[in-house]
Design a binder for this molecule. Structure first.
Ligand code: GAR
Length: 208
């Protein structure tokens, strides 16, 4: 099955959902390591309890972004992943990592709306009635990579950042589990920003 390294910064509820899914051998992906950019990331404990190797590469231990990215890439490489999943990982990955592995990210808004670290707050402040979550391939921009899958969530009267984010998290983890499983089982091709699941025969370019 496909070897997956998951990167987290905090709670790791998306990572935990992937661990649960990967317990089924038919899932097609195994979580071979969980990495964090800070020692205090709570999800690291959850991964350790599940018996999954973990590593921490604190941003503040390195002189600059490139050196941190290089160190992170080396830690990831020890686990020989086929796919890297950024799941609540709140740092921007550089070419040191992105040139070596396909990386996907889960983002709590309907990209290209509300990129960045405060997507839920920004969507609420804007006053949108519908928001959601996006799984996308990571490129060198901030939340600009090709979209793989999206799901919508309605903003309810009286929502605050916490209540809205919790509703988004409930649906985003299901979407992430579905996407990682399909990428692992079926492979994918990428053509002109369009992601096509299944790698056997690249199909015609999707019509616009
Ligand atoms: C998730 O909602 C994820 O979409 C978001 O952080 C949360 C992490 O939760 N990611 C971003 O905002 C990335 N810009 P988790 O640690 O419980 O999985």
């Amino acid at each position: 099955s496909a070897r997956v390294v998951v990167l987290i910064s905090g709670t790791g509820s998306n990572m935990a959902a992937l661990l649960d899914a990967a317990a089924d051998p038919g899932y097609g992906a195994g979580i071979v390591a969980v990495g964090a950019d800070r020692a205090s990331a709570k999800g690291i404990v959850r991964a350790q309890q599940a018996g999954v190797p973990t590593f921490t590469t604190p941003f503040s231990d390195y002189a600059d972004r490139a050196r941190w990215n290089t160190a992170l890439a080396e830690r990831i490489a020890e686990h020989r992943p086929d796919l890297v999943v950024s799941a609540g990982f709140m740092r921007i990955l550089g070419p040191e990592v992105l040139s070596r592995y396909p990386v996907i990210n889960i983002h709590p808004a309907l990209l290209p709306a509300f990129p960045g670290a405060h997507a839920v707050r920004d969507a609420l402040a804007y006053g949108v009635k519908v928001t959601g979550a996006t799984v996308h391939f990571v490129d060198e921009g901030v939340d600009t990579g090709p979209v793989i899958e999206q799901v919508t969530v309605r903003v309810e009267p009286g929502d605050d950042v916490h209540s809205l984010h919790e509703r988004i998290k409930a649906v985003e983890r299901n979407m992430l589990v579905g996407v990682v499983g399909r990428l692992a089982r079926e492979g994918w091709t990428l053509e002109d920003r369009h992601v096509r699941l299944g790698s056997a025969e690249p199909g015609p370019t999707p019509s616009t």
